[in-house]
Design a protein around this ligand. Structure first.
Ligand code: HEC
Length: 467
């Protein structure tokens, strides 16, 4: 019952915000131009530029989304659905609460409040086309077979790692393809940058996201943290989702490949009505053989369950479950990103830092997690949190095991920790770069560490509806 009330107030809050913003825009239009025509939002003039910027990368011919939004004719039938998805901030897939925590990212894909207001205004006016002469020139998209980083490094990748081929039938449940590939490395090598892509244009349509996990013997004490099963194996080398094609590590930092390293792929395919056979490939740019960067970046799974992986996730039928995990940083560290990982019942995840002086910083809060979108929120270099030794990383996760969750296969089931998508998990993938005490002191002398407000998010279940 309480959940329902919250659900609605969450909806109204976001609706109300957009309506207000739309009103403000209309008022501005009246003041300056005053004619009926000037007030009307049209596809060609107002909407096509927004779609080109924020949607068409996925919503175009041959790309992964179900329909193209490039032309008026292809977008018009979807107007109502577009309005709903953008108001709830389900599309573009950026499911972060914009009112708390860090808001500066390298890959922010979200719409501004003004853009949402404009789309709502257009749909409410009957989604008019407008003057075809206003249409912006078509956008050109990078060709599918060029490595984007080849331009940055002036050379093709030093290594190309390919998954085995997979054939996705025309009609199927989503599939997870997990082949293992030996890299054939004799020596330790340091990674400067990685870029991942599906093998073919057809493959782009079926490839939802892909992970390349490293499997290697770790000699490093930080990597061998017994609390972190993932790091024990080398962690994730690269994670790909549409819109995120490559990672260049900060200068003088990188990931390490040990002799004998293997890549274990985890590729999420979904069916698109035609049979497609494809693979995924990962281009790797290395540091020169004799060059070792100062710092190693560790992709770390901060558990949002009560203690390590596999324990004490206990979600009762027809409830919203909450669980939390704590982990102390053993050295000063920079956190590079936040990527919540949960399964079908995943609802929300909050990342906080409890500093040695007892204050709490809210770093990020994904308040409407959607299992279909494992979005990675990559902090801008100057916004990435730098934290002292002894900071406690606190991850709180919520799972919605009620009928309000459209992804829930069975709200009458008890759910525990496990690999299947009908089981649950909760961890935050974070690229952690440990720095020296001297480097931390130097940073702290120049910066006033922010003290994020402690919000209701930290205290109560999320107010927004699932996904
Ligand atoms: C990163 C890729 C991506 C971006 C960017 C993106 N979409 Fe989508 N969109 C998808 C995919 C894939 C689906 C189908 C799966 C889903 O619903 O999550 C989808 C579904 C939709 C749907 C629902 C279609 C249906 O079947 O009812 C709408 C509406 C939509 N998107 C609108 C938009 C709009 C408007 C934008 C830009 C403001 C946008 N999307 C940006 C990939 C994307």
């Amino acid at each position: 019952m309480t959940t329902n009330v919250r659900f609605q107030s969450g909806m109204w809050r976001s609706l109300g915000m957009s309506v207000l913003a739309a009103g403000a825009l209309m008022a501005a239009g009246e003041g300056t131009v005053g004619t009926q025509a000037a007030k009307q939002a049209t596809f060609t003039k107002d909407i096509a530029p927004i779609f080109q910027e924020k949607c068409d990368e996925c919503h175009r011919q041959g790309a992964m989304a179900p329909m193209s939004l490039e032309s008026y004719q292809s977008a018009r039938p979807w107007a109502r659905s577009i309005k709903e998805r953008v108001i709830k901030r389900q599309m573009p897939p950026w499911h972060l609460d914009k009112s708390v925590g860090i808001q500066k990212f390298k890959n922010d894909a979200s719409l501004s409040d003004e853009q949402i207001a404009m789309i709502v205004k257009w749909v409410d006016a009957g989604a008019p086309q407008g003057d075809p002469k206003d249409m912006p020139p078509p956008k050109t998209w990078p060709s599918d077979d060029a490595w984007q980083l080849a331009k940055v490094f002036n050379r093709p990748p030093d290594m190309i790692i390919k998954s085995d081929e997979y054939t996705m039938p025309a009609v199927s449940q989503d599939q997870w393809w997990k082949p293992v590939v030996d890299l054939g490395l004799q020596d330790e090598r340091w990674v400067r940058a990685v870029e991942m892509r599906p093998g073919t244009a057809a493959g782009r349509k079926i490839t939802h996201h892909a992970l390349a996990h490293l499997i290697q013997k770790e000699t490093d004490a930080l990597a061998n943290d017994p609390d972190d099963a993932a790091n024990d194996q080398g962690g994730v080398l690269m994670e790909w989702a549409v819109g995120k094609n490559y990672d260049i590590y900060s200068p003088n930092t990188g990931k390490v490949l040990e002799p004998g390293a293997k890549v274990w792929w985890d590729i999420h395919y979904h069916a698109v009505g035609e049979q497609v056979t494809d693979h995924v490939e990962l281009g790797v740019w290395l540091y020169p053989k004799d060059e070792k960067p100062k710092y190693r970046t560790y992709l770390t799974g901060f558990q949002g369950t009560n203690s390590g992986a596999g324990s004490r996730l206990d979600i009762e039928p027809n409830t919203i479950g909450v669980s939390q995990g704590f982990r102390v940083l053993k050295a000063p560290a920079i956190l590079g990103n936040f990527q919540p990982h949960m399964h079908l019942r995943g609802k929300a995840m909050l990342l906080e830092a409890i500093l040695p002086d007892g204050t709490t910083q809210t770093l990020s809060y994904v308040d409407h997690f959607n299992f279909n979108w494992m979005t990675n929120y990559i902090y801008a270099d100057d916004a990435a949190p730098v934290l002292p030794k002894g900071t406690i990383i606190h991850v709180t996760s919520w799972h919605d095991n009620t009928t309000a969750n459209p992804n829930n296969p069975d709200p009458n089931q008890w759910v525990g920790w496990g690999d299947r998508t009908v089981d649950e998990m909760a961890h935050a993938w974070v690229n952690v770069t440990y720095i020296s005490d001297e480097d931390y002191k130097e940073w702290a002398a120049k910066h006033q560490p922010q003290r994020g407000p402690r919000t209701r998010a930290a205290l109560a279940p999320p107010a927004t509806p699932n996904n």
